[in-house]
Design a protein around this ligand. Structure first.
Ligand code: SF4
Length: 271
């Protein structure tokens, strides 16, 4: 999010509509620092922050609710790569609900081609099929812009940093690989305040996470999962309890109850 906002703040698009940063808050499933960090970045980039939530409760409520309602069925109460209710009900759902008040929407999303095979194929612009009026859905972006009537909603997804390298990301965030490595080393030596002082990136990166979203993510790599587990003990305890009572694991083949939380022998990697 930091890099996306900073990149947007540097651009001067021909856009006269409102510009804002929208953060879908997942409650206790997130790092405690995520919302304050989002507020800080929004302030620094002078782009107002809008926070949306699923009004029925947070993601932890949902997982614990599934634990109760699915008892005895053998179905895993956790979200999974195929059952991403965490994203649909807690991120895209509340965000789309908010965006429905606008007729023309451009949502900038901070994904990069380097991150995965799937992301490599993404175009710079595409139509948001969920938000766009039915009649415009099958069209190309150019066609939809040309034929759109005022009463029709057109929502475009824009990937402004799709071709950024990791070095570009750190540079736009006002840091570098070297600075992050130095801060991480300080953190590992126990000099936490010194490691975090003045950092422009989310503290989870300094603690060793490769990506930052939910504090414990079903898709996270092992290093990021361990960092999240070490620093979010209440969430860890709740999800571990769900594992104990359901007999299911948080990630396929990887249980939180057996996760080794000791310090890694090697220096954690940046990505
Ligand atoms: S970060 Fe992971 S757990 Fe959280 S919403 Fe995204 S996929 Fe789901």
């Amino acid at each position: 999010m930091t890099v996306l906002l900073a990149a947007l703040a540097r651009q001067s698009p021909e856009w006269s509509g409102p510009v804002f940063n929208i953060h879908a808050h997942l409650g206790r499933a997130e790092w405690a620092e995520s919302l304050p960090h989002a507020e800080q970045v929004a302030k620094r980039c002078e782009i107002p922050l809008v926070v949306v939530r699923n009004e029925k409760g947070d993601l932890v409520d949902r997982v614990e609710g599934r634990l109760a309602s699915l008892a005895g069925t053998g179905i895993n109460p956790f979200m999974s790569a195929k059952q991403r209710f965490c994203t649909s009900e807690y991120k895209s759902g509340p965000i789309n609900k908010y965006l429905r008040r606008f007729g023309l929407v451009i949502s900038a999303i901070g994904i990069r081609r380097e991150e995965s095979k799937r992301r490599r194929e993404k175009p710079a612009f595409q139509i948001n099929q969920q938000l766009t009026s039915r009649r415009l859905r099958g069209l190309t972006v150019e066609e939809a812009l040309r034929v759109r009537k005022p009463e029709q909603r057109l929502a475009l997804i824009w990937h402004p940093i799709i071709d950024f390298s990791l070095d570009d990301v750190w540079e736009v965030c006002g840091t570098s690989k070297t600075e992050i490595a130095i801060r991480r080393a300080l953190y590992r030596e126990g000099k936490h305040a010194e490691a975090l002082a003045g950092a422009t990136v989310h503290p989870a990166y300094i603690r060793g996470a490769k990506r930052v979203s939910c504090a414990l993510c079903i898709l996270a790599d092992l290093q990021t999962l361990i960092v999240g587990a070490r620093h979010n003990s209440e969430l860890l305890g709740r999800y571990q309890e769900v594992e104990r009572r359901s007999g299911k694991t948080f990630q396929p083949g990887r249980a939180l109850i057996t996760l080794d939380l000791s310090e890694p022998k090697a220096q954690p990697t940046l990505y």
